[in-house]
Design a protein around this ligand. Structure first.
Ligand code: PEP
Ligand code: MG
Length: 591
C-alpha cells in the first residue's frame, strides 16, 4: 500500500530505489558489493562467524552448569539455548544467503540486513517475552559480526558500484542486482556521510536532523536527493521496499503505485533537462545585468572535491571544512605531513584559484567519531567547539597551522578561523600563527603567505565588527550558525526546524551590517553558509551588497542564473524594504 512520510527537504532531486535500512548496530558495518565469483567465500565468512559464536556458546553452556545457584544456572542456560536457536534459525541463514547471492551484498551487510528483517517481525509480536528476544538477536548478530571481523578478511568500508544509468520507471520491473538503492537510517553522522560519499546509494532519508545539520550539508555536497527529520521513516519503511525520495518537497513515498511512479519518472527527466540547460552557463562570467562582478566559490569537505569545484565553474574555494580530515579516525588525528599533503592537493586541484582553508571545527553535531556524540554536555553547540577546541589543544592547533602555511607555498591560500568571539581568542590565535611560522623557520621548511579571515557566525562577533576588521583581512559569514545562535534554534533538531529562519529580521540585520561594514572598510566579505547556495536568497543578498558567495559546487550554476538576471541598482532599494518588514519571509513568499 502506498503511503507518504513528510520530512525536511535538504538535497534536491528525485531518487527512486529499493530501501536499504541501516541498522543501528554498535559495530561498524561495511557495505559493498562483491564480485559474483566471491559469493561462496562470502557465505563461508558468515558461516565462520556463526560457527565461532556457536562454539563459544557451547563452551559457556558447559561452564554455566557449575555456576551460582541452580536457578541462576538454569536461567542462564535457557538464555544460551535461545541464542543457539536464533543462530540456527533457517530464516536468518536463508536470508543472509539471499542477500549475498541475489544482491551481491558483502557478508556483514547481508547479515545486518536480514537482522533488520527479522527484528521487524519481533517488533510486531503480541507476546512480550518473544518481543524482547529482539535484543538477544541483536546481541548474537553483533557477536557474529565481531567474530567475522577477526577472520582476517579484508574489510572495504566504502560501498562502490560500477556507474549505472539513472533509475527509470521501468526499473521497477527489473529485479536484478542492478536496482538503484536508497539509504534509510535513524541517524547518520557527518563521518558516516563521508563514507557514503562515493557510495552505491542514490538518495537517503533519516528520522532526525535539521536542514543545516552537517549531515544535510554533506548530502547537498553529494548532490543526491535527501530528506531528513522524517521522524518515523526507519520504523515504517521495510528492508527492500520501493521508495521515492522527493528531495524538493521533503516527501518520501513508500511502495508507489504505477501512476505515482510515472509522475516522478517525469519529474526526474525534467530535472535532467534543467541541469542540461544550466550547464550552458558554465563558461559565462557571473556578471549582473548592471555589470557587477560576483564571485561564486565552492564549499568542499575533502581535497578530492577540488576537481568537482573547478568543473562546476567555481572561481575558488570559499570554505574547505578541514574537520572532515579529522573525523572517524578513533582519535588518531592527522599529523602535519598528512594534513599538508591534503591541503596541498586541494590547492593544486584548484589550479591557481584561491582556496580558503578553515581550521578544524569539530564539536556539536560534528563529533570526531560517530560513536562519540557529546551527551556529556547539555549544550554541545555552546561548548568546546571550533576555535575553542583548537585553543584548548595548542599543540594540535599548531600542527594544523603549520600544515596550512606549508600548503600556502603552492598557491593562494586563505586561513579562516571559525567561531571567534573574544578579543583574547583573536590574539591567542594570531600569536599561535606567529609561533607556527617561527617553528617552520627554525626547521627551515618552506611556507607561503596567507590572508587571514574570521567567520562571523556568532551574533556577538557581528556586533563587534570593528574589532574583527582590525585584525583580519577578510570575513566570511557563517549563516548556518549565525541563524542558530541568533534565534536560539538548534540547527540539527528537526522539532524546531520550522523556527529556523534565515529571513528573520534580526538575522538579516546582522548579515547586512557585516556586509556594509566590510564595504566601508574596503575588506572582502563572503557568505559561506547554506544561504549562499539558496537561489531564493540570491537577489536579497545581492541587494544587501554581497558580491562573494560560497556554496556546494552543485548549486553554482543555479545561483549564477539568478546573478545574470539581477540588477543590483534596483535590488538595493527592494532589499532595504524587505529588511524593514516585520515578516520578510512572508514578503518573499517563503512562509
Ligand atoms: C556556517 O556556520 O554557516 C558554516 C558555513 O559553517 P558550518 O556549517 O561548518 O558550521
Ligand atoms: Mg559554522
Amino acid at each position: 500500500m502506498t503511503f507518504a512520510i513528510h520530512g525536511l527537504a535538504v538535497a534536491r532531486g528525485i531518487a527512486i530505489g529499493r530501501a536499504v535500512l541501516v541498522a543501528s548496530s554498535r559495530v561498524d558495518v561495511a557495505h559493498y558489493f562483491i564480485d559474483p565469483a566471491r559469493v561462496e567465500s562470502e557465505i563461508d565468512r558468515v558461516r565462520f562467524g556463526r560457527n565461532a559464536v556457536v562454539d563459544e556458546i557451547h563452551r559457556l553452556q558447559t561452564s554455566v552448569s557449575h555456576m551460582g545457584t541452580k536457578e541462576a544456572a538454569h536461567e542462564l542456560g535457557a538464555l544460551l539455548d535461545v541464542h543457539l536457536m536464533l543462530l540456527q534459525d533457517e530464516e536468518l541463514i536463508g536470508g543472509v544467503k539471499h542477500w549475498i547471492t541475489d544482491r551481491l551484498y558483502n557478508a556483514e551487510w547481508a547479515l545486518t540486513t536480514q537482522l533488520e528483517v527479522i527484528a521487524r517481525q519481533f517488533d510486531e509480536m503480541e507476546d512480550e517475552y518473544l518481543r524482547e528476544r529482539k535484543a538477544d538477536l541483536e546481541q548474537i548478530a553483533e557477536k557474529v559480526l565481531r567474530a567475522m571481523k577477526g577472520d582476517g578478511s579484508a574489510v572495504v568500508t566504502v560501498p562502490q558500484r560500477p556507474a549505472r544509468k539513472r533509475p527509470q520507471q521501468d526499473v521497477l520491473l527489473d529485479d536484478t542486482v542492478d536496482v538503484p538503492l536508497v539509504l534509510i537510517a535513524h541517524d547518520l553522522s557527518p563521518a558516516d556521510m563521508l563514507q557514503f560519499k562515493q557510495s552505491v546509494f542514490g538518495g537517503f532519508v533519516t528520522d532526525v536532523g535539521g536542514k543545516t545539520s552537517h549531515t544535510a550539508i554533506v548530502a547537498r555536497s553529494m548532490d543526491i536527493p535527501a530528506v531528513v527529520g522524517a521522524r518515523t521513516c526507519s520504523q515504517l519503511i521495510r528492508q527492500d521496499d520501493w521508495v521515492i525520495i522527493d528531495g524538493d518537497a521533503g516527501v518520501v513515498i513508500v511502495d508507489p503505485s504505477p501512476i505515482i511512479l510515472a509522475e516522478y519518472g517525469f519529474k526526474q527527466r525534467q530535472r535532467e533537462l534543467e541541469r542540461g540547460r544550466l550547464s550552458r552557463l558554465l563558461h559565462t562570467p557571473a556578471l549582473t545585468m548592471d555589470g557587477q562582478k560576483v564571485d561564486l566559490l565552492a564549499n568542499i569537505e575533502m581535497p578530492e572535491d577540488a576537481s568537482g569545484a573547478v568543473k562546476s565553474g567555481a572561481v575558488g574555494v570559499g570554505l574547505f571544512r578541514s574537520e572532515f580530515l579529522f573525523m572517524g579516525r578513533n582519535g588518531n588525528l592527522p599529523n602535519e605531513e598528512e594534513q599538508y599533503q591534503a591541503y596541498r592537493r586541494a590547492v593544486e586541484g584548484m589550479q591557481g584559484l584561491p582556496v580558503t582553508i578553515r581550521t578544524v571545527d569539530v564539536g556539536a553535531d560534528k563529533p570526531l567519531n560517530k560513536s562519540a556524540r557529546d551527551d556529556a554536555h547539555l549544550n554541545p553547540a555552546l561548548g568546546l567547539r571550533a576555535i575553542r577546541w583548537s585553543l584548548a589543544d595548542p599543540a594540535m592547533f599548531l600542527t594544523q597551522l603549520r600544515a596550512i602555511l606549508r600548503a600556502a607555498a603552492h598557491g593562494q591560500v586563505g586561513l579562516l578561523i571559525p567561531m571567534l568571539v573574544h578579543a583574547s581568542e583573536i590574539r591567542q590565535t594570531i600569536a599561535l600563527i606567529v609561533q607556527a611560522r617561527a617553528e617552520l623557520d627554525q626547521r627551515g621548511v618552506v611556507y607561503g603567505p596567507v590572508k587571514l579571515g574570521a567567520m562571523i557566525e556568532i551574533p556577538a562577533a557581528a556586533l563587534t565588527l570593528k574589532m574583527f576588521l582590525k585584525y583580519f583581512d577578510f570575513l566570511s559569514i557563517g549563516t548556518n550558525d549565525l541563524i542558530q545562535y541568533t534565534l536560539a534554534i538548534d540547527r540539527a533538531d528537526e522539532s524546531v526546524a520550522h523556527l529556523y529562519d534565515p529571513l528573520h529580521p534580526a538575522v538579516l540585520r546582522l548579515v547586512a551590517d557585516t556586509i556594509a561594514e566590510c564595504d566601508a572598510q574596503g575588506k572582502s566579505v563572503s557568505v559561506c553558509g547554506e544561504m549562499a547556495g539558496d537561489v531564493e536568497m540570491t537577489r536579497l543578498l545581492l541587494g544587501l551588497g554581497l558580491r562573494s558567495f560560497s556554496m556546494h559546487p552543485a548549486q553554482i550554476l543555479a545561483v549564477k542564473q539568478e546573478v545574470l538576471r539581477a540588477d543590483t541598482g534596483r535590488l538595493r532599494e527592494w532589499a532595504q524594504a524587505v529588511m524593514q518588514d516585520e515578516d520578510p519571509g512572508q514578503r518573499m513568499g517563503r512562509s
